[in-house]
Design a binder for this molecule. Structure first.
Ligand code: GLC
Length: 809
């Protein structure tokens, strides 16, 4: 299945596993061993997180990496025992180290073994016949072989367009801009996250192989009983997450590599893009259409044509004569503007940005020490060396004018980096990143996969310096593990094809399982011409993405929501309004993700790891744990199969009840995509608005489908921007719902945090109530309620205290 682009070939060589190890020393949490000329270290960072490092040829242990955010771990109680067979035990797991021929494996207290070295091949180095400096700029290739446990299935691997289950596949990690877009048969595309989440017997563990060279994994393809994790150079550094649930794995993984920041609320609304809205009149016209047609929209994009000859940080003075006025005008109508910024800096001695970067020596170099040049949109360009902290600061400072003019966020593109000679290639491995005064220069081959992350980082840090009281909004196309702490990832150039609706689902779920929860694909598809039905169905899917943006390529048919007329415009309006009403639900999921790393758009297996039917359920997904979405991915049909996992589910449009696990045939005519709500779980919804902030969120509706049993959900609110929430200015409330034959009890628990939402009432809206209730009370008093055709609405006064609602049926 793998089409692999522009990655250096795997070097041929002789693999040599490490032999007998000698214990060198240990401290409270780690042990160090010598194996021929290499050092191996095993460290317990947390009770359920171990790190292993193998440093060939006596290099000192070094774990610094662009992926890693947390370096100082709290003390952890570790017991060490044994001499030949050494155990390093925490309360949650044991690393077992066999010195004879060095093998490392992991156990949990129940005796489950996971991430065990392959007995025969273990970990080691590939000895190259002739080590030439450019094919192996940082030593020989390294490999790690792990045994595949019985029934073990592999998931994750970051941005992958084909299904969820990666067992039996070969995965390449090397960022590329695939020429003419991608299909489901592609392997590596724009970002690289060398991380697997494994499930065996319903229990999870994770393995993060932290190496920024070209990496490849063989996940039981060549041999069904083993997996290998290999890199073209560098050290073996890997982290084992002991689980045992996918939630536990993601929680630790994102503690290690960083969490998704809280987004500015405006960025969760609907967004509209096009390559390009060519001048300010066209932008105004698009804005007017959204408002006049009553289609919610919060953000408009300016693609590369806003610039002067594609020079970054400039404006085309003819088509955008007064950007500040334009942005103020749009702001007045409730629109935010995001501009694209590419890394290529046009070589032009009359262009101050280029000249300054050159004078300050901030660009990548050839081995001969000249500036490295290649062609991108502006023609011949130089490329910032983002490994250098000074470059990152300079780049961030260059955003000042855009920020002063009122730009709300920055879209980082082409940062694999993508080059045009040859077409959509990337930097040769021997390009030099000189780094800062403290750094050793690096060859591109050593850090390739981090270029996109480092660019996004410089933009986020720059925005934070320039506007310290606002949450930065940064998009990136490329990146490495940990990119989630700098930016959201949009998945590049898809196409206006039906297959791409399907493909988006595994792509986003794989990203979510790899720490990148804030992500989205171009709604409607980027390349090729869209049509009404495709746009409507794409939008039915797209509004449930964490990032919701319609975008298309120059010279294709426009695909704004109204372009194809009726009935499609009405379908798009209805779906975008549904998203806009669901924003408080999305926001609570973002907060959960920010705290725990739980994906927003998540595969069913994340919630149901013991149910193997979920392992291939890649054409449907959960939004949080309460909504299940199953989009239509073919033209001309109105029905599809849906798998509903354990629990009671209600069909959103008809109120029909289903008890999972069940396979059902959903009727999903245009405008009513298959959408299910979990019983007893409150879904918070705002009133309708054309854009966020148009009016107060009054009333807030909590939508509930009761069924015998109980459920719980969380409502989270704060100012929607700024950092007050870090000082307790938020409002978190648990909502519990219990239903039986006698009635329904709902409790809004006392609010945590000091934020006061601007509204006077909350409505509880129960659906699927078969008869008019006998009595409804709030905190023991007769309530204000109405009942009509299965819908019961109870009005509550907004209050921070506990509110109990009893419905007697
Ligand atoms: C790249 C981006 C695309 C953008 C285009 C022009 O192809 O992926 O989204 O519109 O460049 O900037």
């Amino acid at each position: 299945m793998a089409e692999i682009f522009e990655s250096p070939p795997t070097q041929e060589g002789h693999y040599k596993p490490l032999g007998r190890a000698k214990l060198l020393d240990h401290d409270e949490r780690s042990i160090r061993m010598g194996v021929s000329s290499a050092t191996v270290e095993v460290t317990a960072l947390a009770p359920d997180l171990f790190r292993v490092g193998m440093f060939p040829e006596g290099r000192p242990p070094d774990y610094a990496s662009e992926a890693i955010e947390k370096e100082d771990w709290e003390p952890v109680a570790v017991e060490m025992s044994g001499e030949e067979e050494i155990s390093l035990s925490t309360e949650a797991a044991t690393a077992h180290i066999s010195l004879g021929s060095l093998r490392i494996s992991f156990f949990d207290p129940s005796g489950r073994v996971f991430a065990a070295d392959d007995e025969e091949l273990g970990m080691g180095v590939v000895e190259l016949p002739e080590a030439d400096v450019f094919s192996a700029p940082s030593g020989s290739p390294v490999r790690l072989y792990k045994r595949r446990e019985e029934g073990e299935r592999y998931f994750g691997c970051g941005e992958r367009t084909s299904g969820l289950d990666k067992t039996g596949s070969h995965q390449v990690f090397w960022n590329v801009d695939p020429p003419s877009g991608h299909t489901a048969s592609f392997n590596n595309i724009y970002s690289s996250i060398p991380f697997t989440l494994s499930l065996a017997g319903g229990r999870a563990h994770g393995l993060f192989f932290d190496n920024t060279h070209r990496v490849d994994f063989d996940l039981a393809k060549a041999d069904e009983d083993r997996a290998y994790y290999g890199a073209e150079g560098g050290n073996v550094v890997y982290y084992v997450f002991c689980g045992p649930t996918p939630k536990d794995v993601l929680d630790r993984y994102t503690e290690l590599t960083g969490r998704t920041p809280m987004p500015p609320m405006w960025s969760l609304g609907n967004q509209q893009c096009r390559y390009s809205y060519i001048d300010e009149d066209e932008v105004r016209k698009v804005a007017r259409n959204f408002r006049e047609r009553d289609i919610p929209c919060d953000t408009l994009y300016l693609d590369i044509d806003y610039m002067d000859g594609y020079r970054v940080f400039t404006w085309n003075g003819e088509s955008f004569p007064d950007p500040e006025r334009l942005m103020a005008e749009l702001k007045g109508q409730g629109f935010n503007v995001v501009t694209i910024v590419d890394p290529g800096v046009k070589i032009d001695l009359n262009y101050p940005v280029y000249v300054e970067g050159r004078e300050r020596d901030l660009y990548c170099k050839t081995v001969e020490g000249e500036e490295f040049h290649n062609v991108v949109w502006p023609g011949m360009c130089a490329f910032p060396d983002f490994t250098n902290p000074e470059t990152r600061e300079w780049w961030g400072e260059n955003l000042r004018a855009l920020v002063d003019e009122g730009v709300a966020g920055i879209w980082c593109d082409m940062n694999e980096p993508s080059l045009f000679v040859p077409r959509q290639s990337t930097m040769p491995g021997d390009v030099v990143h000189p780094g800062g005064p403290e750094d050793e220069p690096k060859y591109h081959a050593q850090i390739h996969n981090t270029y996109g992350s480092l660019m996004a980082r410089s933009v986020r840090e720059g925005l934070l310096r320039l506007r310290s009281d606002e949450r930065p909004f940064v998009i990136t196309r490329a990146g490495y593990a940990g990119l989630q702490r700098h930016a959201l990832q949009w998945t590049g150039d898809n196409s206006s094809w039906w297959e791409h609706i399907w493909m988006s689902m595994p792509q986003l779920q794989n990203l979510g399982l790899s720490g990148v929860a804030w992500a989205g694909v171009d709604i409607g598809g980027f390349f090729d011409d869209c049509n009404g039905e495709l746009l409507a169905r794409f939008t039915e899917f797209g509004v449930f993405q964490p990032f919701c943006r319609n975008h298309s390529m120059k010279e294709t048919i426009h695909q704004e929501p109204w372009v194809f007329g009726e009935p499609y415009e009405s379908v798009c309006r209805k779906m975008i309004k549904l998203r806009q009403r669901l924003l408080p639900y999305f926001y609570a999921l973002f907060e959960e993700c920010h705290r725990t790393g739980a994906p927003i758009l998540r595969p069913l297996l994340f919630e149901y790891p013991e149910d193997e039917t979920t392992y291939n359920a890649d054409d449907e997904f959960l939004l949080g744990s309460a909504l299940l979405v199953a989009p239509i991915t073919r033209p001309g049909i109105e029905h599809r199969h849906v798998y509903l996992p354990q629990g009671t589910w209600f069909h959103y449009w008809t109120g029909g009840r289903f008890d999972g696990p069940a396979h059902v045939l959903a009727h999903a005519p245009l405008g009513e995509p298959a959408l299910y709500v979990r019983a007893n779980t409150a879904i918070p919804m705002w009133p309708e608005m054309k854009h966020i902030g148009e009016r107060p969120t009054d009333p807030l509706t909590l939508l509930l489908y009761p069924a015998e049993g109980a459920g719980e959900s969380v409502l989270y609110e704060d100012a929607g921007n700024g950092f007050g929430y870090e000082r307790g200015e938020y409002a978190r409330r648990r909502v519990t719902c219990r239903a039986s034959e006698a009635g329904i009890s709902v409790s809004l628990k006392e609010q945590e945090g000091s934020f006061v939402p601007e509204r006077s009432s909350v409505y509880l809206e129960f659906r699927g109530i078969s008869a008019r209730p006998q009595n409804v009370s709030v905190n023991g008093e007769e309530a204000d309620w109405r009942y009509e055709e299965g819908r019961l609405v109870v009005a509550l006064a907004e209050s921070a205290g506990e509110t109990r609602v009893e419905v007697r049926v």
